[in-house]
Design a protein around this ligand. Structure first.
Ligand code: CJB
Length: 834
């Protein structure tokens, strides 16, 4: 049970929040919205009835928020993102409304179980991983901090695929998250807009002798907005996430229909609807796919047209666009906005180029999320101009002005111009989206200190030289509402019982927990909670996989997308090493350890899929071998999602953050684990560095090469094979895989993986192997001293204040957006007249 204190009942509530109010409305929704009486109602009907009951309470706040923003013409941040990985809404909305306990009691009194209803929700998996989840955390924080904001994205009909595991391999199934309806959205067809695609551009002089540009498209797609309320924690602010669905402007092509070509008439509709059909399941590269570029221009154009509509409703002149709106680009996926806003202002609203450009630059800000070269978006010119002929012209024009600026600052430096140009002309020609984003924005940021430094020194160094004032770091954060309060109510209650509940909004207050670090009773309660959470997860594992894991063992978890740079296979090498030690000496004294993995691989990423197969193959052998005597267990948890993650973070003892230094821009799972009391084993990469600084080096298991050492090794010539020949345990582990021991005697299966390691080992597994093994050993020894481990765990939580997304959003507001909170009072009630 959540404490009453933690989730105080809201005041001024139109609908009422007492248990009786909720019961009454629940039954009412079951009857009038679901159209069911109890004997026929399914669990899903109950979930829907509760969701609509909760939604009424959101709508009240939403309408008041919209009214206040409209009246005050509030400056607004638009967060443009191709992904919003929101996770389930019901539980989070109950927490943020402060009615979790009342709802629990209400459904209990009706003979239902709230947890079962929460489980019923199909989560909107409209994102791949870190980037999409970050966008969702930021929406939560913006609403909590009462910042006027709109999230703009795509309402994919199919979100991230569901992952099944068959014979150890990942198998993808489509995610039909909308099949039972979505109670959290409201469609707004009256605000639909049209987006042009393809065709050609006419330059002409109108009857008054004015120069004009007209884009005659090959096709037009309609965008219909679906609005989702985003409620802040214990505020009345409910902002909007507006997601666009693609439709055909007319359901039928009447010319084709009348000529008897019915199928042809419907075909056009299908083609249009394809635009928002499916999320691209790669978390870092979708180069050259026409549909992907279509998705980008689709949601960007819809969103920008929407902002212009809002300005018109509020009677604001377009010359003040940048005063009304600031637009944050979540990576380069929406970077085409820069050309689209220019097009809207210049071609459709007849603004002069220079004024439009000044507005554009002042409006946009760009967040970079990766320095992996394969993730830097570029579009072949041929594809780009055929889909977006007018944008191509605009980009050439921007480039022309830009190159003049570069030439002025760096005369006689043609190499620099070639490097910085918006067009890559080194071979086949490409549009470089990151360059467009840098030129068209007034602010550029990385997502952790090291990442920003690398952007400045390396990937975007030319832009840093030209525009040093534009650069800053904004270390990522995560929302403690979802990832502690909702996911871990038991820990939440313990913390609040000691330090009050202010920490939920002001995470720095967790510092007060340090006073209890030596309190034996508190330590014991802390341990009990962790043990119970591990036991719950263990029960789930035995239910789902038939594998018994011991909740007393060290739960070592690596949960994130599967990627070579994240090095799940380094983790596997450690497991094989432990296994080899047991085989060589069956009585060896080792700390019992449970290794859990979770994460999806991009369907086209063969090596990542092979890593999943390797994990499962090793698990099969290790879990069955009687010599192991249950001292190590390995489980791959399939279909990792936000919903499932909420059960995983709280149950972790050790959080694996073992990417090659310099490769993980920030990481955010590292923060979620640590906030739930896991200790980190990690490299000096991304936000790990800052986490270690905060929690103290003595409370963090550090290993591995630094980014500079990696660079140097690369430059000096790295020879992975030397490590193989000189490190006996590494050789044994690799040889076990190579011999076919884990693949029913087939030595071919894992060859591609091993070949990459022997040949190049681009992510330095071999170089980091020994340090990782030693560090794991160290962690396993510390775990034997439960009191010491618990102290470290408490200190980790106590020192996580920095990693609240509230802190990140405050920094964006102060340094980039220049937006202040707007207080929302619940004044607007349901009108009794029009
Ligand atoms: N990231 O999830 C993605 N997708 C991309 O295409 C590029 C980067 C991740 O973004 C997170 C949020 O900033 C980072 O924490 C993470 O390191 C990065 O890989």
């Amino acid at each position: 049970m959540q404490t009453q204190d933690t989730h105080k009942q809201p005041e001024n509530d139109l609908n009422g929040s007492s248990v009786a109010d909720l019961k009454r409305d629940f039954l009412n929704k079951l009857f009038y919205v679901q159209g069911k009486f109890p004997a026929l109602a399914s669990l899903n009907d109950y979930y829907m009835a509760l969701s609509y009951t909760v939604r009424d309470r959101l709508l009240e706040r939403w309408i008041n928020t919209a009214a206040i923003y409209t009246d005050s013409g509030a400056r607004t941040i638009c967060y443009l993102s191709a992904e919003f990985l929101m996770g389930p809404q019901l539980g989070n909305n109950l927490i943020n409304l402060g009615i979790y306990d009342q709802a629990q009691q209400a459904v209990e009194e009706l003979g239902l179980d709230l947890d079962a209803l929460l489980e019923q929700e199909e989560e909107p998996g409209l994102g791949n991983g870190g980037l999409g989840r970050l966008a969702a955390c930021y929406l939560d924080s913006m609403a909590t901090l009462e910042i006027p904001s709109i999230g703009y994205g795509i309402r994919y009909e199919f979100g991230i695929f569901e992952q099944d595991i068959r014979d150890g391999w990942q198998v993808e199934r489509t995610d039909k998250w909308l099949r039972f309806g979505n109670p959290w959205e409201i469609s707004r067809p009256e605000w639909a807009v049209e987006v042009k695609l393809g065709g050609h551009v006419d330059h002409y002089t109108d009857e008054q002798g004015r120069y004009r540009v007209r884009w005659i498209p090959y096709e037009v797609v309609k965008g219909v907005p679906y609005d989702n309320p985003i409620l802040g924690y214990k505020t009345n602010t409910a902002n909007t996430l507006r997601l666009w669905t693609a439709e055909a402007p007319e359901s039928f092509d009447f010319a084709a229909f009348n000529s008897g070509n019915y199928a042809g008439a419907v075909h056009k509709k299908m083609v249009s609807e394809n635009v928002s059909k499916v999320l691209y399941p790669n978390d870092d590269s979708d180069r050259g796919k026409r549909l992907r570029l279509t998705q980008q221009i689709f949601f960007v154009s819809c969103s920008l047209q929407d902002t212009i509509r809002i300005m018109q409703v509020q009677d604001l002149p377009l010359a003040k666009f940048h005063e009304k709106f600031v637009i944050q680009l979540n990576d380069t996926h929406p970077a085409i906005s820069i050309a689209e806003l220019m097009r809207l202002l210049v071609d459709e609203h007849y603004m002069k180029w220079d004024q439009a450009w000044a507005i554009t630059q002042r409006t946009f800000a760009y967040t970079n999320h990766t320095i992996l070269p394969e993730a830097l978006e570029r579009w072949p010119i041929a594809l780009f101009s055929s889909l977006l002929p007018r944008h191509m012209e605009i980009i050439y024009e921007i480039n022309h002005h830009f190159i003049d600026d570069v030439r002025m600052k760096f005369p006689d430096d043609p190499d620099r111009i070639a490097r910085m140009s918006l067009i890559d002309e080194s071979g086949e020609k490409y549009v470089r989206m990151a360059h467009l984003a840098c030129v068209g924005s007034h602010a550029i940021n990385g997502v952790a200190a090291l990442h920003t430094e690398l952007l400045q020194q390396d990937v975007l160094s030319d832009f840093y030289a030209l525009y040093p004032h534009k650069f800053s770091n904004k270390t990522n954060g995560v929302t403690p509402r979802r990832f502690v309060v909702l996911s871990n109510p038991r820990l939440t209650d313990l913390i609040s019982s000691k330090i009050g509940n202010g920490w939920i909004k002001h995470l720095d207050e967790l510092k007060k927990l340090e006073a209890y670090v030596d309190d034996i009773e508190f330590q014991q309660e802390w341990q009990d909670i962790k043990y119970n959470l591990k036991r719950d997860l263990a029960n789930q594992i035995v239910k789902d996989y038939g594998i018994n894991v011991d909740p007393h063992s060290l739960f070592d978890i690596q949960a994130k997308r599967i990627h070579e740079y994240k090095r799940q296979h380094l983790n596997v090498l450690h497991i094989i090493t432990l296994y080899n030690r047991i085989k060589a000496n069956p009585d060896i004294d080792i700390t019992p350890q449970t290794f859990l993995f979770g994460g999806k691989a991009a369907p086209g990423y063969f090596m990542a899929k092979l890593i999943i197969k390797l994990i499962n193959s090793v698990a099969d052998v290790v879990n069955r071998d009687p010599d192991v005597r249950d001292r190590i267990k390995v489980v791959f948890l399939k279909d990792y999602s936000v919903k499932f993650a909420q059960h995983v973070y709280p149950a972790a003892d050790l959080s694996e953050q073992i990417s090659t230094a310099g490769k993980e821009a920030s990481g955010t799972g590292n923060m979620k684990f640590a906030m739930n009391g896991a200790l980190t084993i990690g490299t000096l990469d991304g936000a790990n560095i800052e986490i270690r600084e905060e929690v103290g080096a003595e409370n963090f298991f550090l290993f591995g090469l630094t980014e500079q050492e990696v660079q140097k090794m690369s430059a000096d010539g790295y020879s992975p094979i030397d490590y193989y020949h000189t490190n006996l345990e590494l050789k044994l582990a690799i040889d076990r895989i190579a011999s076919g021991f884990f693949s029913h005697g087939d030595p071919e299966l894992f060859k591609p993986l091993l070949h990459t390691l022997f040949d190049r080992d681009p992510y330095f597994l071999f170089a980091d192997y020994q340090a990782y093994i030693d560090c794991q050993h160290q962690a396993s020894l510390v775990y034997r001293d439960l009191e010491r481990w618990t102290r470290m765990s408490i200190l980790n939580v106590a020192r996580m204040g920095k990693f609240s997304s509230d802190r990140s959003i405050r920094e964006y507001c102060e340094d980039i957006w220049h937006i202040k909170p707007v207080k929302v009072e619940l004044n607007t009630s349901m009108p009794d007249n029009l």
